[in-house]
Design a protein around this ligand. Structure first.
Ligand code: ADP
Ligand code: ADP
Length: 225
């Protein structure tokens, strides 16, 4: 049985969540979004949520030890044992090393790092207009680029659409800064390991999906040979 262990890299707003949902449908891989997990913890008021909240509101990274523990458990849960699609993790070299170690301990390895790249001005446009379903955060919309049929209402389940607290201009700038200084070095990190695949995220969501789907299908074939 091939296990496709994939990570999605790219700036905030690149379309990682949008594409992860499509790939989940194509390949049956669980979509593990650290941002979504953290926001659920904040909403539930758990200990982790309480600790993470102020970092998220400020657009800074939540401390590595909290995240690494959470992900180590998640990738070994039943549905992720045959592969996963990680979205939002790793965010720095320390997290990338921790992921490699966790996989090695399970006798698994990373299949590829899929980079969805978009320029900063496009990130700002995308995040400022992003709306998400209050019930299921993987239902993602954009007021101009992917509007719902009825304003403010999720097409998929009729729930209300909301704007994330950190999708305001000032926090977006901070998140971009954090991306460039802490996460972008991972592009080189995975390139050196021969795992990087690059995708032009400034194209339409359909185009990006076509390219990603073809690349993942090839990876799966190679793995089965
Ligand atoms: P986006 O999808 O816009 O890139 P995320 O939902 O991935 O944003 O992340 C939102 C916030 O959650 C981040 O700004 C950060 O505070 C926190 N976060 C998510 N993933 C991680 C991680 N791997 N390490 C540290 N903080 C994280
Ligand atoms: P990320 O998970 O990388 O933060 P999202 O998938 O949440 O990014 O997408 C950010 C915003 O951009 C959403 O409003 C989404 O509808 C929109 N979007 C995603 N992909 C594209 C695309 N290729 N072209 C235009 N808008 C897009």
């Amino acid at each position: 049985m091939s296990d496709l262990n994939l990570i999605l890299l790219g700036p905030p707003g690149a379309g990682k969540g949008t594409q992860a949902e499509r790939l989940r449908e194509d390949f049956g891989l669980p979509h593990i979004s650290t941002g979504d997990i953290l926001r659920a913890q904040v909403a539930e008021g758990t200990e982790l949520g309480k600790q993470a909240r102020r970092y998220m509101e400020a657009g800074e990274l939540v401390p590595d030890d909290l995240i690494v523990k959470m992900i180590g458990e998640r990738i070994n849960a039943g549905d992720a044992r045959d592969g996963f699609l990680l979205d939002g993790f790793p965010r720095n070299e320390k997290q990338a090393d921790a992921l490699a170690e966790a996989l090695e301990a399970l006798d698994r390895r990373l299949s590829a790092a899929l980079l969805i790249d978009v320029p900063d001005d496009e990130v700002v446009r995308r995040l400022a207009g992003r709306r998400v379903c209050v019930k299921n955060p993987s239902h993602i919309y954009h007021v101009d680029f992917d509007p719902p049929k009825h304003e403010g209402v999720c097409d998929q389940d009729g729930s209300r659409l909301i704007q994330r607290d950190d999708d305001k201009e000032e926090t977006i700038r901070k998140r971009l800064e954090v991306y460039h200084s802490q996460t972008e070095p991972l592009i080189d990190y995975y390139d050196r390991a021969g795992l990087l695949r690059r995708f032009d995220g400034s194209r339409s969501a359909e185009d990006v999906h076509d390219h990603l789907r073809a690349a993942v299908a090839t990876l799966r074939l190679e793995d089965q040979l």
